[in-house]
Design a protein around this ligand. Sequence first.
Ligand SMILES: Cc1ncc(C[n+]2csc(CCOP(=O)(O)OP(=O)(O)O)c2C)c(N)n1
Ligand SMILES: [Mg+2]
Length: 280
Amino acid sequence: MTTLNHPPGSADLPALKARALNLRRTMLHMASGKGEGYIAQGLGIADCLAAIYFHELRYDAANPAWADRDRFVLSTGHYAIAMYAVLAEAGYLEAAELPSYGLNGSRLPMSTFDDIPGVEMVGGSLGHGLGQAVGMAMALKLDGRPSRVFCEFSDGELQEGSTWEATMGAATFKCDNLVALIDCNGIQADGPVTVQIEPVADKFTAFGWDTVEVNGNDMAALVDALAGAREKNGRPKAIVLRTTPGHGVPTLVARDRAHFVRVDNSEWDALKAELESTHG
Ligand SMILES: Cc1ncc(C[n+]2csc(CCOP(=O)(O)OP(=O)(O)O)c2C)c(N)n1
Ligand SMILES: [Mg+2]
């Protein structure tokens, strides 16, 4: 039984940072296998995933359907590479399977499927994660379960009306067991976010959520924000994450078009070397 049940308490920040670095290594390994992938987003969200899976979330990798588990809902299906990396790190997937990411016949497509152990929803069509997460949070409350729901979604998805319907619904139905993790990485596909979405934090506050904004690549800030989101006060929680696409690999951070990365074998090796020199 590998149930993890993280109590409130002080976090082991060096251990969490080491987890994040490992996730980044794994993602580069996966993307280099196929030669391409949504690596920049994965590198950007790695710190958040490490904090969630190794400090905050209650789950049992040996029993993915454990009814009292906390749910992690990845709305941006194309961040699958990050999801598979953390699911392997958490014990849901075998590391040996990861290099099949995106290859023909693989169980690990470039966008998530919910038949993969630990994946709660099918991804791909953006704008649906928060609505599903609100439904899960409501059902868990009605069933009297202690579980919480953590829902990652993106700045691009803030341009979808369905996201705002769900935002209103969560406040109306007092989903204080719901934590939104909003990845504001500044890009949507091959360029900056086009429609004005700011001020994101003020908007969620205005919609009745307890909201904080953090540097999503600062482990101490992430852990603090997650601790603050544990309060059961009738209001849903939003954590606005300012992340840097490609974090830990300067060449990817500097890249203009980082949404989808396809480079040659030798270049993957160079990116891996950069990660080792920056230490993620
Ligand atoms: C409903 C829907 N519309 C369009 C797309 C195509 N699409 C895939 S990723 C993406 C970018 C969305 O922005 P964001 O989620 O912020 O992604 P990032 O570029 O930061 O990875 C788009 C438009 C989609 N997957 N689903
Ligand atoms: Mg984005």
